[in-house]
Design a protein around this ligand. Structure first.
Ligand SMILES: [Zn+2]
Length: 322
């Protein structure tokens, strides 16, 4: 499929994903001294051929890409970054996100993940399933040998455009978006998705309160009410204030639902996994179960930091009480 042209110097390339979330949008900006790519896509055979085909349709080769801005370390955003670097592109990420990328996509054993799943009440089968899923994803990520870094508030180049870096923790600790104040558009990665809320999960070795981080990040876009959002998944939209309200409502409702489960469990207390089972039963794939578990933990920890619930470790299992 040919890339869609969104502006004289801007194209969107849709790259297929092997998940229920079917594709990721990469954005390509033309410049006089090379092209800029925003997000790199996952590294699968399908994704490679789609991306290379899209470049070919524009009469380009990979060596025409001078810069790649990777919004965060998830596999659908960072996966092909190593291929771009090998072809000579400079690859940019936030400094602290590199450590996370090398930890998750490197060769570290998964003992932390197994412990994390078990202490939140998941059985050994679930923990094993998580390890299998992450091991498979490692094959779909090729990291560059070295990254260059962007920092919050910095203004960077993409062709003739000037893009302002805004740190938006929550979905990933050092996720960032790129704001073009002249064209009034935001390349938002996974931060401001149009139809789904990004997964907000507490993972091993992460910042302690990702939901609070995410809600704080939403507050960084008060002045961009009329901007057009170019998301990594789904279609463009220009109704940001309404969308910000929907994200807040979604998490308020989820917090209330989770809190009521903790209250209902009093006596024994509830584990995160008990709450996952309550809301989703056994309808989830291992991949989805992993996201649901870390998402519930993130909400429980938010409630705990707010003083609404307490946590106690009983025989190695974290139980939450009201
Ligand atoms: Zn993501």
């Amino acid at each position: 499929m040919p890339p869609e042209q969104l502006a004289p110097d801007l194209w969107r390339i849709r790259v297929p994903l092997p998940f229920r979330l079917r594709e990721v949008n990469l954005y390509l900006v033309r410049g006089d001294h090379g092209y800029t790519l925003i997000d790199a896509g996952i590294d699968t055979a399908d994704a490679r051929s789609t991306f290379d085909g899209a470049l070919g349709e524009l009469g380009l080769t990979e060596s025409d890409i001078e810069r790649v801005y990777v919004t965060h370390m998830h596999p659908d955003h960072i996966g092909m970054a190593g291929l771009r670097a090998r072809a000579g592109s400079r690859v940019f990420i936030m400094r602290e996100e590199e450590r996370r990328a090398r930890f998750v996509w490197g060769t570290e054993p998964f003992s932390d993940w197994i412990t994390h799943a078990r202490e939140h009440g998941a059985g050994g089968d679930v923990a094993e399933g998580i390890v299998v899923a992450v091991t498979m994803l490692r094959k779909a990520v090729t990291l560059p040998e070295r990254f260059e870094f962007v920092a919050d508030g910095e203004v960077v180049e993409a062709g003739a455009r000037k893009l302002r870096i805004v740190w938006t923790p929550g979905h990933s600790d050092f996720h960032y978006v790129l704001v073009d104040d002249e064209a009034r558009v935001i390349f938002c990665g996974d931060q401001l998705l149009p139809t789904i809320t990004p997964n907000i999960g507490l993972y091993p070795e992460c910042r302690p309160n990702p939901l609070e981080d995410f809600l704080w990040s939403l507050g960084r876009f008060e002045r961009e009410a009329t901007y057009t959002i170019l998301p990594a998944h789904g279609e463009n939209y220009a109704t940001l204030p309404e969308r910000l309200g929907q994200f807040r409502t979604h998490h308020e409702e989820r917090l209330a639902g989770i809190r009521s489960q903790v209250v209902a469990s009093d006596g024994a207390g509830a584990t995160a996994f008990d709450i996952v089972r309550h809301f989703w039963g056994d309808k989830l794939s291992t991949h989805e179960l992993r996201f649901a578990l870390v998402e519930v933990v993130a909400h429980l920890e938010y409630l705990r930091f707010a003083g609404d619930v307490t946590r106690e470790t009983v025989s190695g299992i974290q139980r939450y009480r009201s």
